[in-house]
Design a protein around this ligand. Structure first.
Ligand code: GLN
Length: 308
């Protein structure tokens, strides 16, 4: 008999109680360092509208790099395949904020989920409009997908990132030097910092990602978000690049496309079945949620969810 989703979520959640607080909260963004490391939330939304959740599933946290999934969605809709002339789709094997490959590869980042690649994607989202309009579009897209009209940006986190984002400034200026950014660095980065500073709950995040489990069509609202081809590609890049230099390890342990953020969240897609969001702020050495990864490993294994 297939495992019951509600039972498995409750069981995995209870098992995580002993692990609360493990890992290290990101402190290179000062406003993130204040988050309580003992938080743990888990939410699953299925394509047929069932939900299961545990713990702090309704507590908002900083979306951080998980926003890159949604800006990639917007950029693919705007630019289509032409996007791939400006950003690659290979795992980098380097840290999320690394600059090392950019010089040899002439300012074309390895993939859209490392910071350099996400900054190029944000540049595309800015095409033809100002920073305010681009930020509003990203926020409104999330509001609609998450079914959360009040979802908003934590302006303190955005300011904190801008004040300490020296590496992101370096990456953006370097790429601008290779003519791979079309808009002023300041506009691109302000947009990027604001998208990373969106506050979202596990429940909202799982809901927002559900279209990726259903070939680009939101199964609950019936809205087409992206084409099936683009949805496939976004999932493929989540699988190969969603956890930076630990993407192989995540594929090995969890076996599903996923995207992490330094706020401690992870969005994971179970094709044709469900979307999962987990949040636990303590990170492992690579910058991915430590307890979140463990919870996903157990949940996927017990539900027999895997693309392999
Ligand atoms: N806003 C963060 C940064 O640019 C996002 C990084 C992450 O979540 N891995 O450094």
């Amino acid at each position: 008999m297939p495992a019951d989703l509600a039972d498995v979520v409750a069981e995995v959640g209870r098992e995580m109680e002993a692990h609360r607080g493990e890992g290290r909260v990101a402190d290179y963004i000062p406003a993130l360092a204040r988050v309580d490391a003992r938080r743990f939330g888990l939410a699953v939304v299925t394509c047929d509208g069932r939900t299961a959740e545990y713990g702090d599933a309704w507590v908002p946290f900083s979306i951080q790099s998980i926003s890159k999934v949604f800006t990639l969605t917007l950029a693919l809709k705007r630019q289509g395949e032409a996007l791939w002339t400006r950003v690659g789709r290979e795992p980098s094997g380097s840290r999320f904020n690394s600059i090392v490959q950019l010089e040899a590869e002439r300012g074309v980042p390895r993939n859209p989920f490392i910071n350099a690649g996400a900054i190029v994607v944000t540049d595309v989202v800015l095409d033809g409009r100002g920073f305010d309009a681009a930020v509003a579009d990203i926020r409104d897209t999330l509001r609609e997908l998450a079914d959360a009209p009040n979802l908003d940006i934590d302006t303190e986190v955005a300011r904190s990132e801008a004040a300490t984002g020296f590496r992101n400034y370096a990456l953006a200026n370097f790429m601008r030097g290779f003519d791979n950014l079309k808009h002023p660095v300041e506009d691109v980065l302000q947009t990027y910092f604001n998208q990373c500073a969106l506050r979202i709950t596990c429940r909202q995040l799982a809901r927002a990602g559900l279209f990726l489990a259903a070939e680009g069509l939101d199964p609950l609202s019936g809205r087409r978000v992206v084409s099936p081809e683009h949805a496939r590609r976004i999932n493929a890049i989540m699988m190969t690049c969603g956890h930076y230099d630990a993407s192989g390890d995540f594929a090995f342990k969890v076996g599903l496309p996923g995207k992490s953020g330094v706020g401690g969240g992870i969005l994971t897609i179970v094709p044709d079945q469900a979307a999962i969001a987990v949040w636990s702020p303590g990170l492992n050495d690579v910058g991915n949620s430590q307890v979140g990864t463990l919870a996903l490993e157990r949940l996927a294994s017990r539900m027999r969810w895997s693309v392999f």
